[in-house]
Design a protein around this ligand. Structure first.
Ligand code: PXP
Length: 245
């Protein structure tokens, strides 16, 4: 059974709409952990549209090492320096495009193998576990193993989109593609996380897959938390992961 890491970026999105103090990402993180999440994920974007540098520092200071602080970031010298200084438990390298609403594709590991391998080695040397956010494309999975990453996070966006359009039946093909990707990654000795676009409705089909460790889920939980509070929203997601309503 996989575990839940809650992405709290959009708590910061609401705060940044007014550049005020609240709502506090740290408070949301602590409530998410209280609700049963094992970790917190934040994406420090280059344009700082939601999470800010001080959020990351505060989270590092407040989260004990028994929980996971997962920093999503672009592969740039500035971000590598921030990761080295802050010391998250895990870094997930993601592609970043300033105009996108959310991370759209996966990292092109195959095309940038040299650069990615160097970044992986630098982060590992700093004691940080490294994950690469990629589509479930066998070529990218093989490249991630070659880059010596600890984890891959397989992009579940295409599955989520197919589910939205056609329900569980319509998403069968994308689900099978993901499952094959998980199998290949595990065979190559990679550890596996999944994330992007996962919801209370679509998560049940993949949360119990053997070998999948963390699900990184943000938008859907934050949306629900606005209605019922973060702790309850997280508890409900963990229930959905177990296939219960
Ligand atoms: N994983 C990665 C790598 C992401 O970039 C995001 C979005 O920030 C997520 C997971 C969470 O996606 P969602 O907000 O759609 O649950």
């Amino acid at each position: 059974m996989s575990k839940l890491c809650v992405n709290i970026d959009h708590i910061a999105t609401v705060r940044q709409a007014r550049r005020e103090e609240s709502p506090s990402p740290l408070e949301a993180a602590l409530l998410a952990l209280q609700g049963g999440a094992i970790g917190i994920t934040v994406h420090l974007r280059e344009d700082r549209r939601h999470i800010q540098d001080h959020d990351l520092k505060q989270l590092r200071k407040s989260l004990s090492r028994k929980h996971k602080l997962n920093l999503e970031m672009a592969l740039t010298p500035a971000m590598l320096a921030i990761a080295g200084k802050t010391g998250p438990d895990e870094v997930t390298l993601v592609p970043e495009n300033r105009r996108e609403l959310t991370t759209e594709g996966g990292l092109e590991v195959m095309r940038h193998l040299g650069l990615v391998s160097k970044a992986v080695a630098r982060l590992k040397k700093a004691g940080i576990v490294v994950s690469l956010f990629i589509t479930p494309d066998p070529k990218q999975i093989l490249a991630a193993a070659e880059a010596d990453a600890d984890y891959v996070e397989l992009h579940t966006g295409a599955y989520a989109q197919a589910f939205r359009a056609g329900g569980a039946q319509g998403a069968k093909k994308e689900l099978a593609r993901l499952k094959e990707g998980v199998g290949l990654a595990l065979e190559l000795g990679l550890r596996v996380n999944l994330g992007h676009g996962l919801t209370y409705e679509n998560v049940g089909a993949l949360a119990a897959w053997k070998g999948v460790e963390d699900l990184n889920i943000g938008h859907n939980i934050v949306g629900r938390a606005l209605m019922v509070g973060m702790e309850r929203a997280v508890k409900e997601m963990i229930k959905a992961m177990k296939g219960k309503k």
